[in-house]
Structure formats: C-alpha cells, structure tokens
Design a protein around this ligand. Sequence first.
Ligand SMILES: NC(=O)c1ccc[n+]([C@@H]2O[C@H](COP(=O)([O-])OP(=O)(O)OC[C@H]3O[C@@H](n4cnc5c(N)ncnc54)[C@H](O)[C@@H]3O)[C@@H](O)[C@H]2O)c1
Length: 310
Amino acid sequence: MGSLDGKVAIVTGAARGVGRGEAMLLASEGAAVVVNDLGSERDGQGQQGGPAEEVVKEITSLGGTAIANYDDVADWIGGQRLIEQAIETFGRLDVLVCNAGILRDRVIFNLGEDDWDAVMRVHLKGHFVPVRFATAYWRKRAKESGEAAGGRIILTSSTSGLYGNPGQSNYGAAKSGIAGMSIIVAREMARYGVTCNAICPRARTRMTEEVFGAPADGAFDVYHPDNVAPWVAYLAGDEAADISGQTFLLYGGTVELLQPWVSVNKVTTDGRWSVDELAKARIELFAGRSTDPPPVPKVEFRIEQPAARS
Ligand SMILES: NC(=O)c1ccc[n+]([C@@H]2O[C@H](COP(=O)([O-])OP(=O)(O)OC[C@H]3O[C@@H](n4cnc5c(N)ncnc54)[C@H](O)[C@@H]3O)[C@@H](O)[C@H]2O)c1
C-alpha cells in the first residue's frame, strides 16, 4: 500500500533534477503521474520531448503508472491541456507539483529584457497557468460533490528569492512571487479543501552544477535531488490536509519551516510624519539593528555572482 494509492498527480518539469525525483517517488507511492516537461535547455531555449518519455519508461518499468506531457506550462492553452490530459486519462486530478524552471543569471545592470521576461514567464506564469486550471477543476468538483475536493498544490520557490542571492534579481523576484502566491492560493482554496504550499529545494542539478561539489565517496549525498521528494510526497497525501500556506526549505535529510515577512519594530506618530522627524525616528526604528541588506541565514552554499559584463 502506498500513501498515494488511487491518486492522480502532475509534476511539471519532471524530466530532470528535482522534478524527476518527485515524479518517481509519487509514482512509487501509488499515484498515477503525468510527467510534464517540454525539454528545454537550462536557460529555457530549445525543446526536446525525449527526457519526459524516459522518466515515464522508468516509472512503468518499476510497475508504476505514468504518461508524458510535453506542453509548455507557461502557455495558456498548453497549461490547460496538461490539466485536462490528467483528468481525461486517469479520471481525476489530486496533486499538482509546479516545478518547471529555468535560469538566466546576470547582475542587475547587465540583465536584458529577454532574460527578465523569459524567467518571469516560465516561473511565475508557468506556476499560475496550471494552478489556475487545477483550482477551477477542484472548485467545480467540491461544488458538485458537496465535499472537500482534497486537492494538493506544491509550488517551487527558492531561497535565492527569499534571502536575496546576488546575480538573480529576475529569478529571485519570480521565486519570491511564487512564495507569496502560495499563501494567497492557500487562503482562496481553503474552503474547497485544497492545500497549497511552497518548497525551496537545494539540490545538485544542471541548474546548480557549479554550486555543489561532487559528494564524498560513500557519504550520504546531501544535495542529491531525490532528497527533496519525500516531503513533497507527504504534502501530497491525505495526512497533510491541515498544512497549507507554508514554505519549506528541503535538502539532504532536512525539512526546514520558513517564516514569511514579519514586523520587527515600528515607529508611529499622530498624523503624518515630516521628513525631518523621520530622520530622528529612524534611530528608534532600527533600534541597534543593522541598516544593511539582511544577512543570508545559514548559508551553506552561494551561487557565485556572475562577473559584470562591460
Ligand atoms: N536545484 C536547486 O538547488 C534549486 C534551488 C532552488 C529552486 N530550485 C527550483 O527547483 C525547480 C527544478 O529545478 P532543477 O534544479 O531540477 O532544474 P532542471 O533544469 O534540472 O529541471 C527543470 C526542468 O524544467 C523543464 N522546463 C523548463 N521550462 C519549462 C516549461 N516552460 N514547461 C515545461 N517544462 C519546462 C526543463 O526542461 C527541465 O527538465 C526549478 O523551479 C528551480 O528553480 C532548484
């Protein structure tokens, strides 16, 4: 008996890296899985469907159930077709893992319009479109049955956005947006019995191959991408019905619960401040705290800042 027996799941960008591990584990836990991947290069260019088919073959050779989907998740029609394919093939949809992503790292003053647009499109719109059509389906299912739809959404954010990694203002902005979106979707879908959470993986994939060194011989590979999948599979199951609007950092054997923006201090006056008054009040506002950008908590790796291009 798997924890996801009878469930139907979609994993986007599931041909490689973190998404592949998620698709494999969801399938081994009993879910029928739609393995989505348009097969692009790391920077989003090109399209080659083969890798998704390979993951489907691996899953079925192990006795699992899976089909491939090659749609671009950021395409309005493609994202809709992906949701429909799951429902038409397997009769229902229970779990949506949005994972597809690309990288176009540049320091802000070298970042091109195309680098900005491509990253925003694949990450932000590529999360929005499948979530849009999956939530419409679950809302309809809940209204027709009069019961909780029980849908599970897992979005993929990154500490690059939440902590602020230099060289990734496009990627970080999109990933912060995804974390924020997960809380809003969680609030909107609570009444239909649908949860939405976000994860921040840390894993050695083609996206981060220059960040993490090779694992030590014989030692547990902390940055193996498959380490991310178990918490995702747990969030996808019935037992996690009460976990929603949360963000988790996942690597190795660690599941870390992250806290969203919190207020740490404030200054108030009756009516509106003058600029002169605020020049004095800032001392009370910061109250001994640093006015520099916030430090990155518990950094275990850092993506090197791309060299400035002249
Ligand atoms: N690897 C890490 O340490 C790390 C850290 C933080 C966040 N993430 C996030 O985790 C997710 C997976 O990253 P990864 O490291 O496994 O990268 P990866 O490049 O190995 O996998 C990403 C997959 O997404 C697919 N893809 C890209 N654009 C797509 C589109 N429009 N439609 C469908 N599929 C598309 C690619 O073909 C690729 O197979 C990404 O969202 C990434 O931003 C990864």
